[in-house]
Design a protein around this ligand. Structure first.
Ligand code: GAF
Length: 382
């Protein structure tokens, strides 16, 4: 957590509203492997990180609510009687969505004020949106004593994203952000919404993140399209979700679906297996095997699921050229954002320098390198 961000958000709140706030830190996440498997009831392997959203929140005595986003220096006032989504892409929708979903389950919140700021680069694929949603729901839960469990809170955050932001996301981001554990990654079963935790403390290797600093448009509609392809094929197979499918069963309906959709569904089935294999490789300390799974995951995302982009493919290509890297892949929903790289600690600087230089030469834009620590999930700060 960033202490100057914390001080800044808290001071803004006190100077605007003249009372002490409840403070919340809500982290972003990385995902080691298991991409686009969450909404297929499958497995994912994320971890919360030390970059996130800090929110200051408390009741308001006025007859409306005020939100202030420190990064954008934007103020937004709204009434609890009239909560509807604003135009697509507005940050307000994450906030309004959470309030609306709390109201939907019959809990009531009074007027409140909120100030928030963050240090997760938007569009990096590290889930600033889930971090914001979780900070709001946990803050409101505390201020209005709603008595919500963490499980209820992440479902509210997810519904906010579905109904107010328009992305039919799975549960990975909200779960990882809420339930993260310091130094650990979570193998999450998205059907039961329960996880096993794994200490990430490789002696000689680390995960390095490289941000392409691009986010191509259409990513939200492409995301929802992929999800509906998966659901319709699950229906054809007469199973609840693709998590229950095998490649053999899929082959039996090959002539009933387009070759493109066949490959997409095959990717999901294979990626789900890779997530489980990755957890085994980690338990056995077999980082070579883990690295190969990362490369295979990227290959599937690029060629079968088709959610990658030139910039991500280029960075993964750079990883393959560097002897210090065991594996790499794009991370998150796709069409931009970060790659995650499993790299030898003593070769990490060499790789980062090489990849940055080559990226700049290729695209005439800089990439960004992040060092993250695995962190505790959404929590109140004293
Ligand atoms: C986005 C979504 F929000 C997640 O639910 C997940 O599907 C991910 O893309 C892809 O694995 O981050």
């Amino acid at each position: 957590m960033n202490t100057s961000l914390l001080t800044n958000v808290k001071n803004e709140f006190v100077s605007k509203f003249q009372r002490a706030p409840v403070m919340v830190f809500s982290p972003g996440r990385i995902n080691i492997i298991g991409e686009h498997t969450d909404y297929n009831d499958g497995f994912v392997f994320p971890a919360a990180v030390d970059k996130g959203i800090i929110a200051a929140i408390n009741k308001s005595d006025s007859d409306s609510c005020t939100a202030y986003a420190t990064d954008k220096e934007e103020t937004f006032m709204f009434s609890l009687k009239n909560i509807g989504p604003l135009s697509q892409g507005s940050w307000q929708n994450y906030l309004l969505g959470v309030v609306a979903e709390i109201q939907k389950i019959g809990k009531s919140v009074g007027n409140f004020n909120i100030v928030f700021g963050g240090n997760i680069p938007v569009g990096s694929g590290m889930s600033s949106s889930a971090a914001l949603e979780n900070s709001v729901v946990l803050g409101l839960n505390e201020v209005f004593k709603l008595g919500l469990s963490k499980h209820e809170m992440i479902l509210i955050s997810q519904q906010a994203e579905h109904n107010h932001v328009g992305v039919k996301c799975g549960i990975m981001d909200q779960y990882a952000s809420m339930f993260g554990i310091e130094n650990k990654a979570l193998l999450l079963d998205c059907r039961t919404i329960t996880s096993d935790s794994f200490e990430i403390d490789f002696q000689h290797h680390e995960f390095a993140l490289i941000n392409t600093n691009v986010k191509h448009s259409l990513s939200d509609s492409a995301y929802n399209d992929r999800r509906s392809v998966c659901e319709s094929v699950a229906k054809m197979l007469n199973i609840p979700a693709l998590r229950d499918a095998t490649e053999l069963e899929l082959a039996s309906i090959k002539d009933k679906i387009s070759p493109e959709n066949y490959q997409k569904v095959r990717y999901v089935i294979q990626e789900n297996e890779r997530a489980i294999s990755a957890s085994k490789a980690m338990q056995q300390g077999d980082l070579e095997a883990l690295g190969k799974l990362l490369y295979a995951s990227h290959e599937g995302l690029q060629n079968q699921y088709k959610v990658s982009c030139d910039e991500l493919d280029f960075l993964v290509g750079q990883a393959k050229l560097n002897e210090h890297v065991l594996g790499a892949r794009m991370m998150g929903g796709g069409f931009g954002g970060c790659t995650i790289n499993l790299v030898a600690k003593d070769g990490a600087e060499n790789f980062k320098a090489q990849a940055s230089k080559a990226y700049k030469a290729q695209f005439n834009r800089a990439c960004s390198i992040y060092d993250v620590k695995l962190s505790q999930g959404t929590h109140l700060i004293n």
